[in-house]
Design a protein. Structure first.
Length: 278
């Protein structure tokens, strides 16, 4: 069940690396350092990791259909144009709250999570941001809004509110979700952070503080464990030209490799990422 073969992709000292996303248009991995206020673009062909600073803490950055990036920032969701200029799309900032993980839904909208800096219970939310900037609250009373992903048939949505120690699943209806129920219940040593769903419908979950990524079958059974050499694994995503390489982001700790991005070549078969439709 336990896998080896993990390698360092980007040797970095990111304070809180998160949100890996493969951009098939450029053949590069986009990831963020949330508290470092930076968006990174890693080219596995050259080994180069380009860095774009942001003026606010950035929870996630995703490719857009029109080029450039959509970003979940401290004070809401904004757009970076291909030439680098920035404009707000959906500002919804609140004092003491910042953007955290985000994901692009099957319809091209951005599902953007938030959390309080002090992680006070119920201080965060999950929003749906339409391409035109319209904002709908999907979930409130969230503490640390984290991994979000959809099943291959687009009927289910998986979601992590980290302190609950659960991965939840919903029925997905495009602009809404219903019928929330536990998909996986974890013990107190496992805190679910980011997640991704593969082509077989299995859910891969990065576990904060455990130094692991778990894969769960569609029935919720644990069938694979990726062991990382650092404790704070934050998120995971498939990339590479055939979407078989699993990239794993991490956060800083006392371990010398912490804050780096790791990769497990040939870990599985991922699903193509969707660009934001705005």
């Amino acid at each position: 069940m336990s896998d080896t073969g993990i390698e360092v992709a980007v040797s970095a000292k990111a304070e809180l690396a998160e949100g890996p996303t493969w951009d098939p248009t450029t053949g590069r991995l986009i990831w963020v350092d949330i508290l470092g206020s930076a968006i990174h673009t890693y080219d596995p062909g050259t080994g180069q990791d380009a860095v774009r600073g942001t003026t606010q803490h950035v929870g996630a950055a995703k490719p857009r259909e029109e080029g450039g990036l959509v970003a979940n920032l401290r004070d809401g969701v904004g757009l970076y144009e291909p030439e680098g200029t920035f404009r707000w799309l959906a500002p919804f900032g609140r004092p003491g709250v910042r953007g955290n993980d985000a994901a692009v839904a099957p319809d091209g909208s951005l599902w953007a999570g938030t959390m309080r800096y002090d992680q006070a219970p119920g201080g965060g939310s999950l929003y749906r941001v339409a391409p035109g900037g319209e904002v709908t609250t999907i979930l409130d009373d969230v503490t640390v809004s984290n991994g979000t992903g959809w099943s291959p048939d687009e009927r289910l949505m998986y979601y992590n509110d980290t302190p609950t120690h659960r991965v939840d699943v919903f029925d997905y209806h495009g602009e809404t979700v219903t019928n929330r129920r536990p998909f996986v219940v974890l013990d107190d040593d496992h805190r679910p952070d980011g997640l991704t769903v593969d082509a077989e419908g299995c859910v891969w979950v990065a576990l904060w503080g455990a130094g692991r990524v778990h894969r769960y079958t569609p029935s919720g059974a644990l069938d694979r464990v990726i062991e990382a050499p650092v404790p704070n694994t934050t998120a995971c995503a498939f990339g590479g030209h055939d979407l078989t390489d699993l990239y794993i982001t991490t956060a800083r700790s006392e371990h010398p490799l912490s804050g780096s991005v790791f990769v497990v070549p040939g870990a599985g078969q991922g699903l193509p990422s969707r660009p934001f439709a705005g």
